[in-house]
Write a protein of this length. Structure first.
Length: 274
């Protein structure tokens, strides 16, 4: 496995607030790294945040043991998160800085040798189509659907389908949460999701598993790894995306990759206090 091409995750770090608790590390790179550290494949993380937040956000990420490349951003995203069972509501307290042409050029250089990359936007403004095309050059790209549907506006998070279709031109895998799939107009309907034109669409369904849609099939993949109901599920989707990426990079079929990703996430959440 030492000769295997690495996988990578690219995105903005965030500060998350759960209820009245303190701000804590968040964002796709942080939560994905929790899954990458369990992988038997080389991996790396490319992350940004404001320089002033680096002492808070970077050490916990580095401590996970996955090699990290960091770049300063003007602003760090801040979210307030609340749960009612598996139902989540988010408030956008601050939007993070978009990735500029210079940022994506830096990332493309740092991705040399990487075979698969997962891009983890927090809002629609994080990455544009030109940047995604550059990051996809020479490798397969997985995209979190948050970057399609999350409206850039402070206050309660809103989703809508008004995205640039060019964002999907170089995407191999599109990872969606159920509410994101609904916002795109297809819900968990295989034919509608296939109409997005992406080779693989994976919709995470929480404790109900996932739906994997390819050109050939739409398969519901149940999960047997259910964490306690009291466990904080924040970042589960990012961890799922990273674990799925690792499995697919190793040649695992989509359905089996989703099953493995659910198992990884279940193990991570079972080891987390609420």
């Amino acid at each position: 496995m030492s000769r295997a091409r690495p996988v990578a995750v690219v995105g903005n770090l965030a500060l998350d607030r759960r209820g009245s608790g303190p701000l804590r590390p968040g964002g796709g790179p942080f939560h994905a790294a929790r899954a990458l550290r369990t992988a038997d494949r080389p991996a790396r993380v490319l992350a940004r945040c404001a320089a002033g937040d680096r002492p808070t956000l970077l050490p916990p990420l580095v401590a996970l043991g996955v090699p990290v490349a960091w770049r300063a951003a003007e602003r760090t995203a801040v979210f307030a998160i609340a749960y009612d069972g598996e139902r989540r509501t988010l408030e956008v307290e601050a939007a993070g800085s978009p990735w500029s042409a210079e940022d994506t050029a830096w990332a493309a250089t740092a991705l040399a040798g990487v075979g698969w990359v997962h891009v983890a936007p927090l809002l629609r403004s994080d990455f544009d189509a030109t940047g995604l095309a550059l990051l996809a050059s020479g490798r397969r790209l997985s995209l979190d659907g948050q970057g399609l549907v999350r409206v850039v506006r402070d206050g309660r998070l809103e989703l809508d389908p008004d995205y640039d279709p060019a964002l999907l031109e170089h995407v191999t895998v599109l990872k969606l949460a159920e509410d994101e799939a609904e916002a795109l107009g297809g819900g968990i309907d295989g034919e509608a999701l296939r109409g997005l034109g992406v080779p693989e669409v994976v919709v995470t369904l929480g404790s109900r598993g996932s739906l994997v849609v390819t050109s050939r099939s739409a398969r519901r993949i149940p999960t047997s790894a259910l964490p306690p109901a009291s466990v904080d599920p924040t970042g589960a989707g990012d961890a799922f995306a990273a674990a799925y990426l690792v499995a697919r990079a190793g040649g695992t079929a989509p359905g089996t990759a989703a099953r493995r990703a659910s198992s990884v996430v279940g193990g991570l959440l079972s080891g987390r206090t609420g």
